[in-house]
Write a protein of this length. Structure first.
Length: 371
């Protein structure tokens, strides 16, 4: 979860997303022990990554004091849990202060689990990882899905099981390597696959085009060609950019030019999709009944190369289709435009949503009793 320099919370989306389950439990008198992680402390105590700001914000949102402990296992924690009364909430310290968390250490998981009778998993964002707090604890106490996890699985599951057609997926981002499996999985499911961003360059190269100094994954050109062939065989429309915004350097101050994909200058790199591509992709998005978007189609962090991502995000927001957006940067782009509310479902898990949509089982989900 993003923190500001002064450790105040920059974005409380994930905290807000957890409220329905917390309220559900406490309203029914459950003693609710909250376990979570913050940042990447790497198995050590990191002062800056203590959970205190989370307790404070959670308290504000719930309108009550949320007690927070400075550890997540051990005698002091057991004592505090023993003093809880029905309906109480207790937030434990960052669970990643212990190396046993990410290693899914059995003893660590046993200690965590010993605090409770029932495990409720609402951490969709880490459901694709087998950690002690997402998987290990289910060996000792029964686990069930929280309301957020359930909603994520429900919405994403509908994308997998055949949704309203046309089903259009827009995939962008820097690297194909990160997303090759999801591209492959989507080729069997969607009507149209729109590809933009850095990864489009590798596809353009696979089609025999010269891409100048653009970001290209040379070891993935062969895979890209296979995917192009597979799309053609399976009657999936796979659209690549037809024009691009290029510049001689990876900088917002570099002189930019709009060129056809057939005419990328040797000394330039593609940093956004061009206006013709925006028009074509917008049209396809406008006709969709189901939409999935992951990955910006340009270097949207730099103002001059944000047009493509902004235009397509706006088109997705405007669409009446069932729309699902996943991925940290894509969600950031939605927020920047202020259109998050117009999306049917904004996933709280970039990596987890991708792995789920690849058709992989999620370790944090498989161990639950109500999966
Ligand atoms: P998400 O977080 O939504 O899953 P990714 O992390 O896969 O998205 O990709 C986002 C990154 O891709 C951004 O940092 C963006 O600058 C970068 N990117 C997009 N288009 C290009 C491009 N043409 N060249 C280089 N990087 C790009
Ligand atoms: Mg990202």
């Amino acid at each position: 979860m993003p923190l500001n320099e002064d450790r105040s919370i920059a974005d409380d989306t994930r905290i807000r997303a957890s409220l329905p389950t917390i309220r559900y439990l406490t309203d029914r008198g459950a003693k609710t022990i909250l376990v979570s992680h913050l940042g990447r402390p790497g198995g050590e105590q990191v002062e800056k990554l203590r959970m205190d700001p989370v307790a404070a914000r959670l308290g504000e949102l719930l309108g009550r004091v949320v007690d927070k402990l400075d550890d997540c296992i051990g005698p002091a924690v057991r004592d505090a849990v023993g003093r809880m009364r029905d309906g109480d909430i207790l937030l434990l310290e960052n669970v990643r202060f212990y190396p046993g968390e990410q290693k899914n250490d059995r003893q660590f998981a046993r200690e965590l689990a010993s605090l409770a009778d029932l495990y409720v998993n609402d951490a969709f964002g880490t459901a694709h990882r087998a950690h002690a707090s997402t998987r290990g604890v289910t060996e000792f106490i029964p686990g069930v899905a929280g309301l957020l996890l359930e909603k994520e699985l429900d919405v994403l599951g509908r994308l997998l099981s055949g949704s309203g057609r046309p089903f259009v997926a827009l995939i962008g981002g820097a690297k194909i390597a990160d997303k090759i499996n999801i591209l492959e999985s989507f080729l069997g499911r969607v009507d149209t696959l729109l590809i933009g961003g850095g990864m489009a360059n590798t596809f353009l190269k696979a089609k025999g085009l010269a891409v100048g100094k653009s970001l290209v994954e040379n070891d993935k050109v062969g895979r890209a060609r296979e995917l192009l062939d597979k799309a053609a065989e399976s009657n999936v429309r796979l659209l690549l950019p037809t024009d691009l915004v290029v510049a001689p350097a990876f900088s917002p101050d570099a002189e930019q030019k709009i060129v056809s994909v057939e005419a990328i200058p040797e000394d330039s790199m593609a940093l956004d999709i061009g206006p013709e591509t925006i028009g074509e992709f917008t049209k396809v998005i406008g006709e969709a009944r189901t939409l999935f978007w992951n990955g910006p189609v340009g270097v949207f962090e730099m103002e001059p190369f944000a047009r493509g991502t902004e235009a397509l995000a706006a088109a997705i927001a405007k669409s009446e289709a069932v729309s699902v957006v996943g991925g940290g940067d894509s969600v950031a782009a939605l927020k920047k435009l202020g259109v998050t509310e117009q999306i049917t479902h904004v996933s709280t898990g970039g990596g987890a949503s991708m792995e789920f949509l690849e058709g992989k089982g999620l370790p944090g989900v498989e161990a639950l009793q109500d999966k």
